[in-house]
Design a protein around this ligand. Structure first.
Ligand code: NAP
Ligand code: MG
Length: 496
């Protein structure tokens, strides 16, 4: 195995372990005995191996989650669950360097972001949701039926939850799902992405160390089909929470129909960024750049469609293109690197095809456009102008560092917003202006689950996150996510 020299002793020891599935608090081999390789996307080299589960392992994990749900986890008080989750957050921070190194070498994201964004973010998410554990409850209701009544609601955990997550933010996607589930009293069978299984396994170990009982958090490494599919179809899974592509999300919804399990979906995006000429254009250009080049554009909320007023267009495009050429691209563990590789050869091929199709359909490449080197999966930060609806680069999610820029030439908000809303997706968006009236009017009109003003990013645990249209069902983060992990029961007592 070829490991980057910046990998510390703890992460190195973890990578060298013979990883197993985590079921009922123990490492267990997959029933088939199959194992899969885990790669460093910056080199293409193997960095670890993991067990490959199949549908029979899903049965075992779901049974363990069911026992924990009805046994030890049901017996915990909300305050006990909160304390375990606070301890979980502390352990995440105490092991933060190891987690960040594992996340960086496996996902390609520069180490500094893994430390400051992912590790810090998931510890905060665990604490935020731990705080909710003691505050979830029902209401009393004044009914108008004849006679005297006492009526109230209970909010109960939905049960055994299957969670399926993508490779772009392995730590964050895991914690966004685990933390609210645990706070609500559910138990979990988590399937990380095939490409990035490592930090989910480490989180499961830390959860056990924090005192979270065996069987509460089970982790099954393996492929979408069969493992994810078996979770989505399983008759004893009460809810499936999925983050990933819209195509697979659609299939998850269909697979869940057997037992009509609850479904929540966080799917793709093609998020618009709208820059008005009165904005702080230097700040807007910096925001545009990071919205699309951060993590090589492999961000569901990436600001991939840019609309700039024609009076500001050249200035913004020049600044973004300059930034695109300056970004230091390399191995996420090399000092000073700002952007790493995309996750796989397949993703590299897909992004390259999109760039080529954009050029063929009439867009102009003003920065980047090419693969970098022939080792690992690096793509140049790329800026396309002359993009129009109907081009694949405009209509489809690229999930790479490719910005599609367009201008608008009037001040009719309805037309600008109609262009921004012209997408099957509706996840995130941003608006750049100093005019409060414009900002709020556009915010009301955009069909997106998140509207940011004078920033493209607002990664706070308290803010609901999710999509309109084909970007998904439900909202994660914030208090809204608690609805995804609880059932409401009305209790009506006739007193006379
Ligand atoms: P993906 O192919 O849809 O995979 C997501 C997860 O689903 C992975 O764990 C995958 O397993 C699993 N999966 C694949 N096929 C499956 C099947 N037939 N049945 C059940 N599970 C299956 O997505 P991706 O390529 O990993 O991630 C990129 C996509 O995720 C983008 O579209 C992006 O926009 C979206 N995303 C959305 C959000 C959000 O919050 N809205 C956040 C991050 C990413 P394998 O890895 O083993 O194939
Ligand atoms: Mg995939």
């Amino acid at each position: 195995m070829s490991l980057h020299p910046a990998i510390g002793a703890a992460a190195r020891a973890f990578l060298e372990k013979q990883h197993q599935l985590i079921i009922d608090g123990k490492g267990v081999a997959s029933r088939s005995g199959n194992r899969g390789k885990v790669f460093d996307p910056a080199t293409g080299g193997v960095i670890a191996t993991v067990a490959e589960a199949d549908a029979s392992d899903v049965d075992v994990a779901v049974a363990a989650a069911r026992r924990a749900f009805e046994g030890p986890w049901a017996k915990t008080t909300p305050a006990q669950r909160a304390r375990m989750m606070f301890r979980f957050a502390e352990l995440i921070e105490a092991n933060g360097d190891e987690l960040a190194e594992l996340e960086s070498i496996n996902s390609g994201k520069p180490l500094v972001f893994c430390k400051m964004g992912d590790v810090v973010g998931i510890a905060e998410m665990a604490r935020y949701m731990a705080g909710w554990a003691t505050k979830i409850g029902g209401e009393t209701h004044n009914v108008s039926l004849p006679g005297e009544w006492h009526a109230y609601t209970l909010r109960e955990p939905v049960g055994v939850v299957g969670q399926i997550i993508p490779w772009n933010f392995p730590l964050n996607m895991a914690m966004w799902k685990i933390a609210p589930a645990l706070a609500c009293g559910c138990t979990v069978v988590l399937k990380p992405a095939e490409h990035t299984p490592l930090t989910a396994l480490r989180l499961a170990e830390l959860a056990l160390e924090a005192g979270i009982p065996p069987g509460v958090l089970n982790v099954l490494t393996g492929r979408g089909n069969p493992v994810g599919a078996a979770i989505a179809e399983h008759p004893d899974v009460d809810k499936v929470a999925f983050t990933g592509s819209t195509d697979v999300g659609r299939r998850i919804a269909q697979m869940a129909t057997g037992n009509l399990k609850r479904v929540s979906l966080e799917l793709g995006g093609k998020s618009p960024v709208i820059v008005f000429p009165d904005a702080d254009l230097a700040a807007a250009a910096a925001g545009v750049s990071s919205s699309i080049f951060f993590h090589a554009g492999q961000v569901c909320a990436a600001g991939s469609r840019l609309y700039v007023h024609e009076r500001a267009f050249d200035q913004v495009i020049d600044a973004v293109s300059k930034r695109a050429r300056e970004i230091k691209v390399g191995h996420g563990l090399d000092a000073g690197v700002e952007m790493g590789p995309v996750i796989s050869q397949r993703q590299l091929d897909s992004v390259s095809r999109y760039i080529q199709s954009g050029e063929e359909q009439g867009a102009k490449i003003v920065a980047g456009g090419k693969r970098i080197g022939d080792q690992g999966y690096f793509v140049q930060p790329t800026v396309l102008t002359g993009v129009e609806p109907g081009m694949a680069v405009h209509d489809e999610e690229i999930f790479g560092p490719v910005l599609c820029a367009m201008s608008f030439n009037d001040d009719d908000l309805e037309r600008i917003v109609a262009a921004a809303n012209n997408s099957p997706y509706g996840l995130a968006s941003s608006v750049w202006t100093r005019d409060l009236r414009v900002a709020h009017k556009v915010a009301r009109r955009l069909k997106a689950g998140i509207v940011n003003v004078n920033t493209h990013s607002s990664p706070d645990a308290s803010l609901p996150y999710g999509g309109y249209k084909q970007s998904g069902w439900g909202r994660e983060r914030g208090a809204d996510v608690l609805k995804l992990y609880t059932e409401v029961k009305a209790v009506a007592v006739k007193l006379d």
